[in-house]
Design a protein around this ligand. Sequence first.
Ligand code: E4P
Length: 297
Amino acid sequence: MDKRPTTKLFLDSGNPTDTQKAIDLLGYLDGQTTNPSLVAQNPEINMKLTNGTRLSENELLEEYRKIIQDIKKIIPEGSISIEVYADLETKSEQMIKQALEFNEWIENAHIKLPTNKEGLIAARELSISGVNLNMTLCFSQQQAAAVYSATKVASSSSVYVSPFIGRLDDIGLQGVDLIANIKQMYENSDHHVELLAASVRNIKQFLYCLYLQVDIITAPLKVYEEWAKLNKTLPGIDLDPAQFMDMGEYLDTKHLQQMQYEEVDLNKSPELYEISHELTTKGIVKFAQDWNALLGK
Ligand code: E4P
């Protein structure tokens, strides 16, 4: 592939076999994101779960490390996101400890932390130490502003914020609006936080994010397969703006409610933003459950 879109394309999967398949479809891949639920779906780990085998914490971490290192072999230059274990009781110190350990697994890791109070405290500390971060489970502009503020001290670390489109759609909101709103909010910023569109479930959401020219999109293999089936040139070759003239048709305006843009001051202290969100809480609980199921808890 000789041309690529300005938007970086990541795969959302805990399975290294998918990494190669995505490269076969796209011709390249800029990175990969994982999370506890995706690790639980990894075929080898899933088989253990189905067979009733339960892993110790060390064994599970060893499996996770192996998955990450296998992905790394396929995309040596790519960023790979590794998520810390967090439940609603997890303190920033515990997240920091895991982050520092996972950061040793590979070069170019982005450590995923939840966008809650403890995650933001950890993010501040880790960004000062130069650890690359991916702030996950983001569902509002206020949370994205808090990420910006908490990591503004960052010297060399690269910071992503991951707003979740599909999960907003699930509760009747137009998830891609949040992506557009955060992009607009960050327009007059120092741009140290990159916008990573996550929880992309279908080709329309994917195309819309390309149209918005977000920094990064992470999408599951099935979305790249859908793109390939459209029989169009793969992303990067035919990014003719005319192709996106009528993006309105990509939005489900009938069933989903628009998310309004909010004026948010990016220059406040992180603790002054309204960061609590029911979907963040729900997401943390679900990730913890999926991880604990592998441990037989
Ligand atoms: C990626 O970083 C996210 O964890 C992932 O996109 C979540 O997707 P889902 O809402 O489909 O689980």
